[in-house]
Design a binder for this molecule. Structure first.
Ligand SMILES: [Zn+2]
Ligand SMILES: [Zn+2]
Length: 226
């Protein structure tokens, strides 16, 4: 299985302390096979990682995290700058815009509580043509994640996992497992959209308080160990 942390912020985005060398060394240390850097509102902010990935031999993909009116979207497979997609547009409009251009838009932390940025919560059920939700975010509580897992099951769509790390210690605490190696951002999108393998969407997290494992499509959150 190929383990990717699909939601990572680094120093280039301005709100994370993860430096490029730490991104690579810590990712290797925690057993990740790749990461996807998702800086806020810009694919291009993480452009330096193209060179760093080549130099280190560690796969680093680029995506972005976009703030729509109702909450955040992770965008994969599309080179987007803030001018292309200004913040706070309606989520449905943004999802359509991304999908029409061949990218993949996935609501991040849909049931996060207490955020000043807003989160969709139950409004997620009104959004059409979603292929997945971020069902496991290592920066949230297990209750917030379980609501997302249940929402994905109710919508009949898949779930992904990512750490939402803004510091090295959080890297790799949640991730998404792919059945075969992912080499390009195109393969990343294909791996998330086309696969029929039930194991593609296995996601997992290790946290300080316990160990969570989620399986998909039979999404049964299980908490084991302490
Ligand atoms: Zn977010
Ligand atoms: Zn984030």
């Amino acid at each position: 299985m190929f383990k990717i942390d699909l939601h990572v912020h680094t120093i280039f985005g301005g709100d994370s302390i993860i430096k490029p060398d730490e991104l690579v060394s810590r990712s290797r240390q925690v057993g990740l096979d790749a990461v996807c850097v998702t800086e806020h509102h810009s694919y291009f902010l993480s452009d330096p990682y193209k060179k760093i990935a080549l130099e280190t031999g560690f796969p680093i993909f680029q995506g972005l995290e976009y703030r729509a009116q109702e909450g955040h979207l992770l965008i994969f497979g599309l080179k987007v700058e803030e001018e292309d997609l200004p913040p706070r547009l309606p989520m449905q409009w943004s999802v359509n815009w991304v999908h029409q251009r061949g990218g993949l838009a996935i609501p991040a932390h849909p049931f996060q509580n207490g955020t000043i940025n807003g989160f969709p919560g139950e409004r997620i059920f009104q959004i059409k043509d979603l292929l997945a939700l971020e069902a496991l975010n290592a920066s949230l509580s297990s209750q917030e994640n379980q609501q997302a897992v249940q929402a994905a099951a109710q919508l009949g769509i898949k779930g992904i996992g990512g750490s939402d790390a803004h510091g090295p210690s959080v890297l790799g605490r949640a991730y998404t497992l792919f059945p075969s190696p992912i080499r390009t951002e195109e393969e990343l999108v294909q791996g998330m959209t086309n696969s029929t393998s039930p194991t593609t969407w296995t996601i997992g997290s290790d946290s300080l308080t316990g160990r969570l494992r989620f399986w998909w499509p039979k999404a049964r959150p299980r908490q084991a160990g302490t």
